[in-house]
Design a protein around this ligand. Structure first.
Ligand code: ZN
Length: 251
C-alpha cells in the first residue's frame, strides 16, 4: 500500500553556540508569531536577545489614529518582550507601511548592529509570500533585505564611517542572518517547552488583536497551528522555523 500524503519537510536543528542575538523586524507583533517562543528558549539558556522595531506599527489599527496607536503598540511590544525574557527593545520610529529598501534603511540598521555587536541577527520572513499565495507585506520585505546588507555594512569601516564616533566600532562578528517563518526555512528549533511563553507574548498585543476584529480568534490555537508544522519536521511537538543565510563564503 502506498502512502501518498506529502512528506513534511525535515529541518536541521539551529546552532545554539552563540551568546547575543539581535532581532530586527518592521512592526511590533512580527516576532510573536513563532519567533518569540524560540527567544524564550534562548533567554532561558542565559543568552542575550535584543529586539529592534523599525516602525512602531502605528498604521496597524484601522480604528485608531497613529498618534495613539504608536505609543500603545510600543507598550504592548515591551510587555511582549518581557514575557520571553527580553528587556532591551529599541524603536527606530520610521514610518509604518511605507518603508523603502535602500541605503537609508541599511544605514539605520547597520548602526544598531554596530551598537549591540550580535553573533546572530534575526528578522522575519522577507520572501514574497508566506508560502502558497499568501502575499507578504512590503515593510517585511524591505526590512529583511536591508538586514542582510546591513550586517555586512556594519563590518566595513568605510561604509557609513560617520557612525564611528564616541567609541562605536565596526562589527563584523555576525555569523548568520536567520529569517523566522520563511517558506524556504531549512532549520528549526524545538520550542515545545516554551510554547506557553510564546502564547503569553502574543497575547500582550491586545489592542492590535482587538483592532483586527477577528471574531473568536484564539492566539493559542493560532500559534499551535504555526509551530506544530515546524515540530513535525524536527520530530518534536512544537518548533519555530528559520531560513538561514550564512555570512562569509561556504561552510
Ligand atoms: Zn508586520
Amino acid at each position: 500500500m502506498t502512502d501518498d500524503r506529502p512528506t513534511p519537510p525535515t529541518f536541521e536543528a539551529l546552532p545554539e553556540d552563540w551568546e547575543t542575538a539581535l532581532f530586527v523586524v518592521a512592526h511590533p507583533d512580527d516576532i510573536e508569531y513563532g519567533g518569540a517562543a524560540a527567544v524564550a528558549r534562548w533567554t532561558g539558556q542565559g543568552k542575550r536577545v535584543v529586539y529592534c522595531m523599525v516602525t512602531s506599527g502605528e498604521a496597524g489599527i484601522d480604528g485608531l489614529h497613529p498618534d495613539e496607536s504608536g505609543p500603545l503598540r510600543e507598550g504592548e511590544e515591551i510587555a511582549s518582550a518581557r514575557a520571553v525574557g527580553v528587556d532591551e527593545v529599541e524603536f527606530l520610529r520610521l514610518p509604518d507601511g511605507i518603508l523603502e529598501y535602500g541605503v537609508d534603511l541599511r544605514r539605520t540598521i547597520a548602526a544598531v548592529v554596530r551598537t549591540h555587536r550580535p553573533d546572530i541577527v534575526m528578522t522575519g520572513n522577507f520572501r514574497d509570500t508566506f508560502g502558497g499565495t499568501n502575499l507578504n507585506q512590503a515593510d517585511h520585505i524591505a526590512v529583511g533585505r536591508a538586514v542582510l546588507d546591513a550586517v555586512r555594512d556594519a563590518g566595513n569601516r568605510w561604509i557609513f564611517p560617520e557612525q564611528l564616533t564616541d567609541g562605536l566600532e565596526p562589527w563584523g562578528g555576525v555569523r548568520a542572518v536567520w529569517a523566522a517563518g520563511s517558506p524556504q526555512a531549512g532549520h528549526a528549533v524545538d520550542v515545545t517547552d516554551t510554547f506557553q511563553d510564546g502564547v503569553a507574548s502574543l497575547k500582550e498585543h491586545k489592542a492590535y488583536i482587538d483592532g483586527l476584529g477577528w471574531e473568536g480568534w484564539d492566539p493559542e490555537e493560532f500559534l499551535d497551528g504555526i509551530l506544530r508544522g515546524g515540530g513535525q519536521g524536527l520530530g518534536v511537538t512544537h518548533a519555530a522555523t528559520f531560513e538561514v543565510f550564512p555570512l562569509g563564503w561556504g561552510d
